[in-house]
Design a protein around this ligand. Structure first.
Ligand SMILES: NC(=O)c1ccc[n+]([C@@H]2O[C@H](COP(=O)([O-])OP(=O)(O)OC[C@H]3O[C@@H](n4cnc5c(N)ncnc54)[C@H](O)[C@@H]3O)[C@@H](O)[C@H]2O)c1
Length: 319
């Protein structure tokens, strides 16, 4: 049957079910064994001519790749965000782009809530101070009574809202196509994006990275946020103008930011963001739980099998 390149990480250790699914269907797996969940163009080019499918992480899949991959029928994003795949070019080459929506949402939603509490109570900073032998006093704040704003009300944001129900917060959300039924179910007030930005004590970003959302958070938007608001971005780095965020943190307009995604990854230790001392960062690990790896891998493996069997996949992004 087909040869499937897997460039996403932890496939061997956490995705045995998906591996079995692919092998039982008669496919051969070519596993990328690099340190990072990225393959360079040259690494991809070395195997591109022989592959029928690919299960990919954060590497770039562009027309240059499709041009040298004549057998390629399906590119499956190990996750949701397909901004690293040129979907239109793929379509022109007859390649289906698929993903696994909702399969890692819970992991990102739990991290998002964790980041909110970490910022308000400075858990990470206090721990770091203790590793230096300090015993600092710090007066934190509570989530209760606060207004949490969700920019975007898709799969992840809805789960964040569901989890926040027990915290006695006011939840605002905006979306281009809001699901009013779920908003009512989770006690969420659907408002405009401008209102989410202006009224949130804690603003959490859950929209995709698109040309329309590129640098949506710029100086003008930060200046409209509540002074001293907190920001969470576990979506995509390109949504925020990083230089503007650094200015907003330095001025105190944004009290603190918790970030899982960055414009340029990996982030370096001397990055101006880290030097503000007002960020909590995780290295794009929002979706990285054992549970989500299992769910995502089973979903994309089935999608790849379906495409190579000539069936329409369930989650087809460039239909
Ligand atoms: N940190 C991670 O590891 C990680 C993991 C998974 C997903 N993500 C990212 O999280 C984000 C949300 O993922 P999701 O699964 O909830 O996606 P989703 O598609 O379910 O929801 C996104 C929502 O945003 C809305 N939207 C789009 N543009 C908007 C705008 N300009 N204003 C308001 N709403 C807008 C859409 O209508 C949609 O309802 C994406 O950027 C995704 O790439 C990050």
């Amino acid at each position: 049957m087909g040869k499937i390149l897997v460039s996403s990480s932890h496939f061997e250790s956490l995705c045995q079910g998906a591996k079995k699914l692919l092998l039982d269907a008669g496919h051969e797996i070519i596993l990328h064994k690099g340190e990072l969940p990225y393959m360079s163009f040259d690494e991809i080019a070395a195997v591109a001519p022989e592959i029928d499918g690919a299960i990919i992480g954060l590497d770039d899949w562009t027309e240059e790749v499709f041009r040298i991959a004549p057998k390629l029928k399906v590119v499956a994003k190990f996750g949701v965000g397909t901004d690293n795949i040129d979907k239109d070019a793929a379509k022109r080459y007859g390649i289906k782009v698929i993903n696994a929506p909702g399969m890692n949402s819970n992991a990102v939603a739990e991290l998002t809530v964790g980041m909110m509490i970490d910022m308000l109570r400075e858990i990470t900073d206090l721990h770091t101070a203790m590793t230096r032998g300090e015993w600092p006093r710090f007066m934190g704040s509570e989530l209760e009574g606060r207004t949490v704003g969700l920019l975007g009300f898709g799969a992840i944001a809805r789960l964040v809202a569901k989890k926040l129900q027990g915290f006695d917060v006011t939840i605002l959300a905006s979306d281009l196509y809001p699901n009013l039924e779920l908003a009512e179910k989770y006690g969420v007030q659907i408002v405009s994006s401008d209102e989410v930005i202006a009224h949130s004590d804690i603003l959490s970003i859950h929209i995709p990275s698109t040309p329309e959302t590129y640098h949506m958070f710029n100086d003008a938007v930060f200046s409209r946020m509540k002074p001293g608001a907190y920001l969470v971005n576990a979506a995509r780095g390109a949504i925020i103008d990083t230089d503007a965020l650094v200015r907003a943190l330095q001025s105190g307009r944004v009290a603190k930011a918790a970030l899982d995604a960055f414009e340029h990854e990996p982030l370096h230790a001397d990055d101006p963001l880290l030097l503000t001392g007002k960020v909590i960062c995780t290295p794009h690990t929002g979706a990285e739980t054992k549970e989500s790896y299992h769910r995502v891998s089973m979903c994309v493996a089935q999608g790849v099998i379906d495409v190579l069997n000539g069936k329409d996949p369930m989650f087809w992004v460039n239909r």
